[in-house]
Design a protein around this ligand. Sequence first.
Ligand code: SF4
Length: 470
Amino acid sequence: MNKCIRISKEKPVPEDRKTYADAVFSLVGGKDYKCFVQTFGCQQNEADSERIAGMAAEMGYSITDKPDEADFIVVNTCAVREHAEKKALSLIGQYKHCKNNKKELVIAVCGCMPSQEHRADEIKHKYPYVDFTFGTSDLYMLPELLYRRLSGAKRTFIIPEDKPPVVEDIPVVRESNYRAWVSIMYGCNNFCSYCIVPYVRGRERSRHPDAIEAEVRQLIAEGYKDITLLGQNVNSYGRGCDFDCDFADLLRRLASIEGDYKLHFMTSHPKDATKKLIDVMAENEHIARQFHLPLQSGSSEILRKMNRGYTAEKYIEILDYIKEKLPDATLSTDIIVAFPGETEEDFEKTLELLEYVKYDMVFSFIYSPRNGTPAAKMENVVPDDVKADRMRRLLDLQTRIADSLNAECLGKTYRVICQGQSKNNAGMLEGRTEGNKILLFASETARDGDYVNVKVTKTHAYALYGEEVK
Ligand code: SF4
């Protein structure tokens, strides 16, 4: 397959149109055409889908949540696990009937999955009704690809470049009017041995701090209260760029904007988390008291095999500094259970570290090999029964820790952002504390996005319950 197709020379913007979006508008505008965007995967994908919806709206489509009535379907995929890819492929299979019912329907697949050459090839040959694919870094090309297809060009399958450009000013339609994602950088340079991301999202590229500040200022001016800065490793923001601003500098700059809001960020890599960053967090009330620092394993030997770039001792050092400077911060982490070669002793080191840190939340995953990564070829695979047993022990321990930490919240009052009706607790509203804990409460008056003061009256390992305090 052609590695990297750049198509603008083949089909330039028509002379009477300023942009490709404008050119698509000339074809579909005023026809009540609808666009459906299906999103799989991480917050970065959610943020990308909001840009896709923004471009679709600019091109004259209204956004629908019903694929059957759409004239343009975009499937934004995830490749982090094989299972996620299979789910997306199965869904793409189901859209065949939409194309059969509506011949002029355009179907596009984007995100991490078609950024892999073998997947783009598979879509090209097994899903002939898919019109084009593009990668995460080629988002800005959507109007061009769509215009080209609508004007009769052949199907196109784009494999992204290693270091694509950072493109600003892509329009956005946000799903929420109080919570927003802001990508501050793209790609990853770390090549953790189990992870596919660097192969599908390319090398690190940081947005200019001026552009990020302008976006955050506008969000705050529009009333957004909960703003999350996104990057695969936000702690290496600005590295290798022609501006002098690291992540701590960026946070300080953004936190100086006046308003009633909190800044969150994800994901932080322990090897690049600095004391300067923690100091900036401690100094600024606008930065949420929450730290998600993925550990993955408490064994330095397993961390070496994972190519994580830090030891358990180095991790504890930074965690101790967070606890010293931000004693009220909510702590969370990611753990991979049963990485190849993980012995009982390695696993126990993970449990010991969990006991030591006492995280409020742990997101744990049983290791599953990802094709195309070095770990997929590693030997000493942990047997399934051992994997399951370790996972159960880890969950038991974490439930006990979270239960006792949450019990300390009893009687305290938290200012939460109301996020609407709870899906699992009928009649209750769901709020999130600054530290991202779920706090369920009843209220006659609270609406989505409102700040509500809630006093905790009951606790559980995975949720708090309370009543509104006027
Ligand atoms: S830091 Fe590691 S786990 Fe995270 S995206 Fe990069 S390679 Fe993947």
